[in-house]
Design a binder for this molecule. Structure first.
Ligand SMILES: C[S@@+](CC[C@H](N)C(=O)[O-])C[C@H]1O[C@@H](n2cnc3c(N)ncnc32)[C@H](O)[C@@H]1O
Length: 346
């Protein structure tokens, strides 16, 4: 067991009270955050009761251990940046430095104020489980700065893989219905990108028939292991790969199925372009989720973000720019399904 997957299990334990795996997770997270911060002098605020101070302490120690100068303020905020020093302030009450914060880090905790409080944060760290912190959001301005994404995606999905099917197992018929609607032809080569535990794989396998090929791609090894053990990957090739750098030549596949993937990509526009690259002109894309956007947002106790890449007004242009043409959109309470065709001219 990696994280305990408990909800707000209390205080962050000291290093010597955590397992090797848990200290490794903390260290990996702190390195990910450190890599995201601007180089040189920077003023950084960490918000989110009750853990902001301890996270600031740990980040300060980690920055110092890698040779960066760092001050963790417990009092007044400086009048300006201190040369080559990262200044960390904890608590949203900290006065804003004259030039503003270079980064605001928000901790997602039970007492943290919900998703509204995350508005404007540059980095969001989920700390519901104090021994298993995970970066869940990085603003585009900082996102390209380090290799945080793969480690954090695996840290989030890895511990969830074993119970994914018991939690969401009833959705299988919805996957079969979505695959039927995508009308993937017999003999096609189809890739399920972000296949998880393989809930779409049997339906895709049936759709393409014996002459077709199904490939399931995921970035999280534990998800692929569950898919393999479940029997759903029979006659399917499973691949550990990143949707942003798919190991296929241009136009190699006839169709892409992606359930629950796009919201997890740090740059959805680039991700959709990557899916377009591997799909032949005229090929098909299905973006699916077994819950509609509004129902999913309500389940996670948040409101729909106006800039949600899956909103119809936003998705159409995003797809068009990436080389797709949106030709079907259904955002019903019980499912989300957007269908698109690979443009011939792109
Ligand atoms: C919400 S889950 C959905 C899983 C599965 N499609 C389903 O519907 O049950 C998202 C999946 O995408 C995977 N994932 C996230 N980012 C990825 C990436 N860049 N490349 C490949 N897989 C990714 C995760 O590991 C996870 O298995």
């Amino acid at each position: 067991m990696m994280g305990t997957m408990t909800e707000d299990a209390g205080t962050v334990p000291p290093w010597n009270a955590m397992t090797e795996e848990q200290t490794g997770r903390w260290t990996e997270l702190l390195d990910g955050v450190a890599g995201l911060l601007p180089a040189g002098a920077a003023c950084v605020r960490i918000d989110g009761a009750p853990h902001a101070a301890v996270v600031a302490d740990r980040l300060a120690d980690r920055l110092r251990s890698t040779g960066r100068r760092c001050t963790h303020l417990t009092g007044d905020v400086p009048a300006g940046r201190t040369a080559r020093t990262v200044t960390l302030a904890d608590g949203s009450g900290a006065d804003r430095p004259p030039d503003g914060w270079d980064a605001v880090i928000r901790l997602r905790t039970e007492r943290g104020g919900g998703h509204d409080a995350e508005h404007g944060a540059d980095i969001v760290i989920d700390l519901h489980d104090p021994v298993w912190p995970v970066i869940r959001h990085v603003t585009r301005r900082l996102a390209g700065r380090s290799k945080w994404y793969i480690a954090e995606s695996r840290a989030f999905f890895g511990p969830r893989a074993a119970t994914w099917d018991t939690k969401f197992g009833d959705d299988m018929p919805a996957y079969a219905a979505a695959v039927a609607e995508t009308a993937t032809p017999a003999g096609a080569t189809v890739v399920d990108v972000g296949c998880g535990t393989g809930r779409a794989l049997p339906a895709l396998r049936t759709a393409v028939g014996p002459a077709g090929h199904v490939i399931g791609v995921d970035i999280t090894p534990q998800m692929l292991s569950v898919a393999a053990d479940s029997g759903r990957a029979r006659d399917v090739v499973l691949m550990l790969a990143d949707a942003r750098r798919l190991p296929f030549t241009d136009g190699a596949v006839d169709a892409v199925f992606a359930a629950g993937l796009v919201p997890h990509l740090p740059d959805p526009a680039a991700g959709l372009a990557g899916l377009a690259r591997i799909t032949r002109p005229g090929g098909r894309l299905a973006l699916f989720h077994p819950t509609g956007r509004a129902a999913l947002a309500a389940r996670h106790n948040r409101v729909l973000a106006p800039d949600d890449p899956l909103a119809e007004a936003r998705l159409g242009p995003l797809l068009a720019e990436a080389g797709w043409s949106l030709d079907g959109y259904d955002d019903a309470p019980h499912r989300f399904l957007a269908l698109a065709t690979r443009s011939r001219s792109a």
